[in-house]
Write a protein that binds this ligand. Sequence first.
Ligand code: ADP
Ligand code: MG
Length: 350
Amino acid sequence: MTTPEPASSSIRRLGEFDLIAALRDRTPRSPRVAIGIGDDCAALAWPDPAEMLITTDLLMEGRHFLLGEATPRRVGYKCLAVNLSDIAAMAGEPVAAVVATALPRARAERIAAGLHDGMLEAAEEFGVDLVGGDTNAWDGPLVVGVTLIGKAGPRGPVRRSGARPGDAIFVTGPLGGSLLGRHLSPRPRIREAIAIHERCGITAMIDISDGLASDLGHILTESGGLGAVLDAAAIPIHPDAEIRSRTTGRLPLDHALTDGEDFELCFTLGSPAAERLVAGRRLDGSIPFDLPIDHRSRFEPARSLHCIGRIVREPGLILEGFEGGRAVRWDRRGFDHLLTSSDDRDPTPS
Ligand code: ADP
Ligand code: MG
């Protein structure tokens, strides 16, 4: 327990205003920022009539990252990137961010500079203006909250709730094992989402932050209590999931379904858009999807999409072709309730 102190006295000592002035100096500005860092509020020229998207995420040392393992720069990058991933999940375009920090007092300035470097890196890469924030120091761990504003595309925001029975389910990349390091460098699929939505008309979408099974579950619930049948062989498994499985003893597929922080997108398409995409499938099952190279980005765009299954009326999650043939029901405990054939499937959720 630490004793609370008056907010105003806490950081004046370490030069809050000098720190903010330094952050302000090193923050680029763009024409859409009418008022940036330095006043009581920021002001943006809004690209009317697009709807405004707003999202926020809080990252806490000890829970979401360890400062021994992640540099402040990585944390800054990740903190903006996880918000970018939420904008991607609505097929939106990011515009501006504000960041609130609670800095560990002893290393406040060094950490603030590192965080800012990482945020600027992500901001530049994805065309975001950093327009304000709040800076505090205390005797506790590092806490960083980023709020990101974006704008919806011309077709409006893509919701979780638009999936329909018969829609095909896709993901933008291989899943599982992000804990081995990828979780610190999420690749928000902003450009991919915009391009896919423009070409195909996405019916529902979510970013995979809690694991495919759980996040797809949100689409199913929000879409009115639907179910999904997944083709076990079609779920793209990241090499990291294979590596993780050697230490955990769990199947790589299990990691692909449940590991969080992949930050790929899971989305649904109606036919004929889905059929058009699937027709171009390569021998390995991946679907080529080309985006122009973005020279600002240090990440490869998603080069392939994967059609992993379909939406059905009966609630629940069924995996077909599990370990070479069986169909199994997936629930929170894993591959439970083995189903012996497709005929005796119990349509009620377990
Ligand atoms: P107020 O007390 O009126 O909220 P502050 O003194 O907290 O203002 O902040 C002064 C200015 O600096 C504001 O424009 C605020 O948005 C900006 N700011 C504060 N901390 C940060 C930060 N970590 N990154 C970017 N801008 C910041
Ligand atoms: Mg004020």
